[in-house]
Ligand binder design. Structure first.
Ligand code: TYD
Length: 219
């Protein structure tokens, strides 16, 4: 029997580059569909046509001179479009939306990584997302070394077209990681830390357990 939640549900996956969130998000979506749910997968930045155009600006390695404020506003611009085009309609239909990154990435990368602070991120979130916040966020926690190594090998494999954020110095990613740690402490009910080490299957089992725990608390 379908377990469709008529209220809709918004789930997000977060973490450092190379943390495995994209793979884990797909696996959770597949599991939820097998249980009869309608699941919409999206990504930030880039979940809409407009978002993809904005993503090209954000990740183009030629745009090293993009200012920190412009960068933050562009991430929010892409997200605002997603809210109107994808998120709000799907939640209204009672579906489950899973997103590969959301505002917590801005909190960690721009708020902490760029040092813009978290207050401005929260203010802009109110404008862009208009109160629409994730019900549950999986923070895929891996150590910095693993993240940097995975990002490097991915950039060797791919055509290296989307490397602007990966090109940051190590200290930047240390601050991003601190941002995620602070977030998990600030919002323990929403943000669950998932140990990202181990095989894909091991991590998927942790994600599934965290999801089931959440559902049992929010029937
Ligand atoms: P993504 O394509 O998810 O990269 P990855 O597969 O490496 O996780 O995201 C692109 C980059 O954009 C990534 O380095 C994180 C960064 N980012 C921000 O800095 N702020 C944001 O608000 C978002 C959504 C992403």
């Amino acid at each position: 029997m379908s377990t469709t939640n008529r209220r809709g549900l918004f789930l997000t996956f977060e973490g450092l580059d190379g943390c495995g969130k994209t793979t884990q998000m797909r696996l959770l979506a597949r599991r939820l569909r097998a249980a009869g749910e309608t699941v919409i997968e999206t990504i930030e930045p880039g979940g809409t046509d407009i978002g993809r155009a904005i993503r090209r600006i954000l990740l183009d390695p030629r745009n090293q001179h993009l200012s920190a404020a412009a960068e933050m506003l562009l991430y929010f611009a892409a997200r605002a479009q997603n809210v109107d085009e994808i998120l709000t309609p799907a939640i209204g239909r009672g579906e489950i939306v899973v997103s590969d990154r959301w505002t917590d990435s801005t909190w960690a990368y721009q708020g902490f990584g760029r040092g813009l602070g978290t207050e401005v991120v929260q203010s802009l979130d109110r404008i862009a997302c208009r109160g629409r916040r994730p019900d549950l966020t999986f923070w895929m926690d891996i150590d910095l070394e693993t993240s940097l190594e995975r990002a490097r090998s991915r950039n060797r494999d791919q055509a290296a077209e989307e490397t602007r954020m990966d090109d940051q110095e190590r200290a930047f990613f240390e601050r991003v990681l601190q941002g995620y740690q602070a977030l998990a402490e600030a919002e323990p009910d929403r943000v669950v830390r998932v140990d990202g080490r181990g095989t894909v299957e091991e991590v998927a089992a942790r994600v599934a357990a965290a999801y089931d725990g959440f559902r049992s608390r929010h029937v």
